[in-house]
Design a protein around this ligand. Structure first.
Ligand code: 6GU
Length: 227
């Protein structure tokens, strides 16, 4: 899979993409993450990428031209499954959406600023708008990094244990059961006996019951949708 990210702040991604699972996925060649600085596509002398809003008002608006030129340099090389614009009024990102995006070959992600991007970009150049939750962030960069993490970890071969993405919280519509490691008792706090019993069937049953109980208590909506 290849993910092209268009941003005026490419450096915001270098931290999250240079550690842990994302870093390993890139090193293994399982995903190619390409950062594109929109500013490099500004044709004017001062490399301006925003301008005053027609009709007046506060704040600057990201201009069409540099974004369109950046997109065109990419679309002439390959076809994209979706061109995503990150915005708080987009479709809410969730696990099913991450699953769908992870099946793509080429994904383009545009980071902009709410109220701050010429509407014609959204109308004509974007195929999908995504939000990561009902709160406002300063730009689409952190949301794009969040979405990228959620998608890349689903790609085959990214997680060490091939089955672990499947047993994730949310993946089967249930929250994960609690986990424990040594010591079996710490300051009188005990690990549930069943986990020490060596009885595989009982352990599976216990974990499933814990998943159900946690889901009922913490995400009752998940169960309502599947019962
Ligand atoms: Cl995608 N962008 C911004 N600026 N804020 C957000 C968001 C996106 N999703 C939640 N808040």
């Amino acid at each position: 899979m290849r993910i092209d990210i268009l941003t005026i702040f490419p450096d915001m991604f270098r931290g999250p993409f240079s550690e842990s699972i994302l870093k390993r996925a890139v090193e293994k060649g399982l995903v190619e993450i390409c950062l594109h600085d929109i500013r490099e596509f500004a044709s004017n002398k001062h490399r301006r990428v925003d301008d005053y809003p027609f009709g007046g008002g506060a704040g600057m608006v990201m201009m069409i031209e540099p974004i369109e030129r950046c997109m065109e340099s990419l679309t002439k090389e390959r076809a994209y499954d979706e061109v995503v614009f990150m915005t708080p009024d987009g479709e809410l990102f969730d696990q099913p959406m991450a699953n769908r995006l992870s099946t793509f070959n080429n994904l383009m992600v545009l980071c902009g600023h709410y109220k701050g991007i010429d509407q014609r970009i959204r109308d004509h150049l974007v195929s999908m708008e995504v939000s990561i939750g009902n709160y406002v962030l300063s730009g689409g960069e952190l949301p794009a990094a969040v979405m990228t993490d959620a998608v890349v970890r689903l790609l085959p071969g990214v997680l060490g244990d091939e089955t672990s993405a499947l047993s994730d919280s949310f993946q089967d519509g249930l929250l994960s059961p609690p986990v424990f490691t040594r010591p079996a008792e710490y300051k009188g706090w005990k690990v549930p006996d069943v986990l020490l019993s060596g009885h595989d069937r009982k352990i599976s049953e216990w974990r499933h019951e814990q998943s159900l109980e946690r889901t009922r208590r913490l995400r009752p909506g998940f169960l309502k949708n599947s019962e």
